[in-house]
Design a protein around this ligand. Structure first.
Ligand SMILES: CC(C)(COP(=O)(O)OP(=O)(O)OC[C@H]1O[C@@H](n2cnc3c(N)ncnc32)[C@H](O)[C@@H]1OP(=O)(O)O)[C@@H](O)C(=O)NCCC(=O)NCCS
Length: 172
C-alpha cells in the first residue's frame, strides 16, 4: 500500500463510471504502482481485460481540465458467483465514497448477470479495505494462512447483498 500522504482534492464535474477499456491500461498501472506493494503489471492488466469472465469498472473525472482516474475495480464472474479481484481509489480522493460508488454500480451489473454472491480475499493487515468491506455488507468467512508473499494471511469475505446500500430501506 502507498505511504503517500493523501491530500483531498476538489472534483468537478461529477465523476462518471464506465467499463474499463484497453486504452485505460497505462493509467490503471500508474494507480496500481502508487497503491499496492505488489502492483499488477501492464501485461497483467491487459490479460485481465482480455479474459472472458473479467469485468472492469472505472470512475473518472476532469480535474483542472485533465482527465483523472479516480478509481477502478476488477471482477471475475461465473454466475451465480463473482470475485472482487481488486478495488482501488486514487490516494488523493480517499474517504469520499468513491469506492462505494464503484461497488454500487458493479453490484447492479453483477446482479443483472445472474450473480447472487460476491467473494473476495484481502491481506490481513489491510485494515482500511477490511473496514470498507464490512461497511459494504461483507462478512468474514475464513482465513487462508500465509497466502500472500511474505507469509501474510488472506482474510476471506463474502456478500449476498447484490443491491447498493442506497437501494435498501434506510440505506444512505
Ligand atoms: C479500500 C479503498 C478502496 C476504500 O476506498 P474509499 O473511496 O476511500 O472508500 P469510501 O470512501 O467509499 O469508504 C466507505 C467506508 O469504508 C470505510 N473506510 C474506508 N477507508 C477507511 C480507512 N482508511 N479507515 C477506516 N475506515 C475506512 C469507512 O467506513 C468509510 O466510510 P466513512 O468514510 O463514512 O467512515 C481505498 O482505501 C484504497 O484504494 N486502498 C488501496 C487499495 C486497496 O488496498 N484495495 C483493497 C484491496 S484490493
Amino acid at each position: 500500500m502507498s505511504t503517500k500522504a493523501s491530500i483531498p482534492c476538489e472534483v468537478s464535474p461529477e465523476p462518471r463510471l464506465r467499463a474499463v477499456g484497453v486504452s485505460d491500461v497505462r493509467a490503471i498501472f500508474e494507480l496500481e504502482r502508487s497503491s499496492f506493494a505488489n502492483p499488477w503489471t501492464e501485461l497483467q492488466i491487459t490479460e485481465e481485460l482480455s479474459c472472458e469472465l473479467s469485468y472492469g469498472l472505472l470512475l473518472e473525472s476532469v480535474v483542472e481540465q485533465a482527465q483523472v482516474l479516480m478509481g477502478y475495480a476488477f471482477f471475475r464472474l461465473l454466475a451465480p458467483e463473482a470475485e472482487l479481484l481488486k478495488i482501488c481509489v486514487n490516494s488523493s480522493y480517499l474517504r469520499q465514497g468513491y469506492a462505494g460508488r464503484i461497488l454500487a454500480e458493479a453490484r447492479t451489473v453483477l446482479r443483472a448477470n445472474g450473480v447472487t454472491v460476491l467473494h473476495l480475499e484481502v491481506r490481513e493487515s489491510n485494515l482500511a479495505a477490511r473496514k470498507f468491506y464490512l461497511r459494504e455488507g461483507f462478512t468474514e468467512t475464513g482465513v487462508r494462512p500465509r497466502y500472500y508473499s511474505g507469509g501474510e494471511n488472506a482474510i476471506l469475505y463474502s456478500c449476498q447483498r447484490m443491491s447498493a446500500l442506497a437501494e435498501l430501506p434506510g440505506g444512505g
